[in-house]
Design a protein around this ligand. Structure first.
Ligand SMILES: [Zn+2]
Length: 79
């Protein structure tokens, strides 16, 4: 599995939506790829931040800005 494929699956992976076979392939890739492992850590932190913002009174424009940055973000050094 390439980094690009892994990145595309990460949201489903973090949601627990991936079939077991895909999940295992993602985990195998993460175990051997520093860039993607670091990206997953950032993604988890971002998701926590977004979840927290959702509970607080944050202007919709700010939330939208964060979500856009989050969606467009990709790890450096993709294979
Ligand atoms: Zn990778």
């Amino acid at each position: 599995m390439t980094c690009r494929q892994v990145v595309q699956l990460l949201n489903d992976y973090l949601e627990g939506m991936l079939p077991a076979a895909d999940r295992q392939r993602v985990e195998e890739h993460l175990a051997g790829c520093e860039a993607c492992a670091a990206f997953v850590g950032q993604l988890r932190a971002s998701r926590r931040l977004v979840a927290r913002l959702a509970e607080e009174e944050v202007p919709a424009s700010v939330k939208q800005e964060l979500l856009t940055a989050f969606r467009n973000w990709r790890p450096a050094g993709l294979r």
